[in-house]
Design a protein around this ligand. Sequence first.
Ligand code: SF4
Length: 79
Amino acid sequence: MAKYKILHFRDRCIGCGSCVAVCEKYWEMKEDGLSHLKGSKLQKGADETTYELELDDPECNIDAQDVCPVQIIKVKNNN
Ligand code: SF4
């Protein structure tokens, strides 16, 4: 199992682009004006639209978590 899980609660994204600015390797803006966590999967059974990506090294997703003004990016340690 990967060490970290990156979560994106996309319904609450305001499209500010900050995550892309600090972590372009993992984040991109989509046609609907909201960001997307590259390579992430839609989490089944979640109450809201949640995307998740498992990584051994969260890299710049820590910065994306810190910079998001609405705090909808979460880096969770699986251990
Ligand atoms: S920083 Fe947060 S609100 Fe801004 S685009 Fe990224 S996920 Fe959306």
